[in-house]
Design a protein around this ligand. Structure first.
Ligand SMILES: [Zn+2]
Length: 151
């Protein structure tokens, strides 16, 4: 089934459902397609407003909106970004195991599957960090706010 937007000679717009474009043409020829408002059999297909707009309407809701919670109301974007970052950090800190200075060794063990797979955090010197990256081990440096600094 396809739906056509139709316009009668008097300007009434309505929708017609047809099995195919050919069926519409055939029904129109036999004057079987009539305007539901005035009964006119002189109708024309018009571009569907609904579907013509769909392309433009879809992307409008596509951009991901950052999650906003009531405590963010009225805050400037920078404050919100800090809040989101601090939440992400909290989550990371609660869900990861602090291995302290053993971090580089432990990260390596996990990568080579010598240790159970899990999220860890800890300290690494710049050199150690570089070495891990050189070995293709995914590690990230996170600047921690002073109050949540790793001890
Ligand atoms: Zn009409």
């Amino acid at each position: 089934m396809i739906v056509f937007d139709l316009l009668c000679a008097s300007g009434h717009r309505f929708e017609g459902w047809f099995g195919s474009a050919a069926e519409f043409a055939s029904q129109k020829k036999r004057k079987l397609v009539t305007c539901p408002t005035c009964g006119a059999s002189k109708v024309e297909r018009v571009p569907s407003a609904t579907r013509a707009n769909l392309g433009a309407a879809e992307p409008a809701k596509a951009p991901a909106q950052p999650v906003k919670t009531p405590d963010m109301e009225g805050k400037d974007p920078f404050a919100i970004a800090q809040m989101l970052y601090s939440r992400m950090l909290d989550e990371m800190l609660t869900k990861s195991e602090d291995v302290g200075k053993a971090f580089p060794a432990e990260a390596r063990k996990i990568f080579y599957k010598e240790s159970p797979q899990r999220s860890i955090r800890g300290q690494a010197t710049s050199e150690e960090h570089e070495e891990l990256l050189d070995e293709g081990i995914p590690v990230a440096r996170l600047p921690l706010p002073p109050k949540e600094g790793l001890n």
